[in-house]
Design a binder for this molecule. Structure first.
Ligand code: NAD
Ligand code: TYD
Length: 338
């Protein structure tokens, strides 16, 4: 059996990866290590909690007592755990430094002495390139992160590379574009706007709404990571993008159309400070390894809207009963009930 450690497996992308890994690899034994922060929920993994090849450990990646033995018994580490929301990093960066940078350092230190380790996947982000007014970022481009989230991810991204260059840890780095799909925490634009629209509540669109993101279905991301575990080259970085660039205002109109709600729900609000205008990736390197996104954005967005419509038992407790989420929402968007 191959022992696979997935950090952050109770979050959005990590949970989709755990489910994918268990289904696609009958010889993988998967351990999820997750602190269950506000963004991590045991309910997100409920269908695999009793799976015979899955174990769940609640713990902090920055706690070496918990993390080190888990890394050291693994053949593969897929490191998703992070603080991930740009707006929260702007409000308060400390947790981002602790988890994204120090937590990654703890895992990499453990990986230096892991006897069976074949692959350490550092899940990075296209946001490390900073705002890209035109063209598409290549892996060799300079990184210019511009907010505390992307800066902490950039630190982790290069720290992981340094452990390859210095200590021969078998690191690959992946930089994905904005993901969408089931189980995304309803603070990010797509789940926030879909769930607000379903409830006929305002959709708070930042600035002029013309910022552009490239949307990648979460399952296409999971398939890319899986393939690069097999075929990636240690020390290399791989962009993973969906090739679906769209301005936020156009995305918002599509969500309104899919939910059957009027455009009067759009509420222009103050722009995010330092808001990156555009991200775009050149994905030819990952494609040369045989990966290509499979989910069409029109279908994927429709299915995602349907998922949130059908799975209200997953998100309503967060939006309606979680006092911390409600306090966050009020501080970010004003006192109106989400
Ligand atoms: P998420 O916020 O949904 O989940 C993060 C998970 O990490 C949660 O389950 C949380 O409990 C856990 N976690 C946080 N701090 C921890 C700690 N100290 N120890 C253990 N667990 C901890 O995030 P996501 O959107 O699934 O993102 C996963 C990874 O993918 C992140 O590294 C993120 O930077 C990267 N990424 C995300 C996107 C995107 O669009 N969501 C795009 C590119 C890259
Ligand atoms: P987000 O989902 O936070 O992802 P990221 O900042 O990592 O790209 O935001 C995606 C885009 O949507 C970004 O340009 C900011 C914008 N946005 C809004 O206009 N309103 C919102 O309430 C949120 C959360 C995001």
């Amino acid at each position: 059996m191959i022992d696979v450690l997935v950090t952050g497996g109770a979050g959005f992308i990590g949970s989709n990866f755990v489910r994918h890994a268990l289904a696609a690899h009958p010889d993988w034994r998967v351990t999820t290590l997750d602190k269950l922060t506000y963004a991590g929920r045991i309910e997100t993994l409920s269908d695999v909690m009793d799976h015979p090849r899955h174990a769940f450990v609640r713990g902090d990646i920055a706690d070496d007592v918990v993390a080190t033995p888990l890394v050291q018994r693994s053949h593969i580490v897929v490191h998703f755990a992070a603080e991930t929301h740009v707006d929260r990093s702007i409000a308060s960066a400390g947790d981002f430094i602790r988890t994204d940078m120090i937590g990654t350092y703890v895992l990499l230190e453990a990986a230096r002495n892991a006897p069976h380790l074949k692959r350490f996947v550092q899940i990075s982000t296209d946001e490390v390139y900073g705002s890209v007014p035109e063209g598409a970022s290549r892996e060799t481009d300079e990184i210019k992160p511009r907010n505390p989230y992307s800066a902490s991810k950039a630190g982790a991204d290069r720290l992981a590379y340094s452990y390859f260059a210095t200590y021969d840890v078998p690191v690959i780095v992946t930089r994905a574009s904005n993901n969408y799909g089931p189980y995304q925490f309803p603070e990010k634009i797509i789940p926030l706007f879909v769930t607000n629209a379903l409830d006929e509540r305002p959709l708070p669109l930042y600035g002029d709404g013309l910022n552009v993101r490239d949307w990648l279905h979460v399952m296409d991301h999971c398939r890319a990571v899986d393939l690069l575990i097999e075929r990636g080259v240690n020390g290399e970085t791989y962009n993973i993008g969906g090739g679906n660039e769209i301005a936020n205002i156009d995305l918002t109109h599509r969500i309104l159309e899919l939910t059957g709600r009027p455009s009067s729900l759009i509420q222009p609000v103050k722009d995010r400070p330092g808001h990156d205008r555009r991200y775009a990736l050149d994905t030819s390197k990952a494609r040369a390894h045989g990966w290509a996104p499979q989910v069409d954005f029109v279908d994927g967005l429709r299915e995602t809207v349907e998922w949130y419509r059908a799975n209200q038992a997953w998100w309503r407790p967060i939006k309606e009963q979680d006092a911390a989420f409600r306090a966050y929402y009020a501080s970010q968007y004003g006192p109106a009930r989400p």
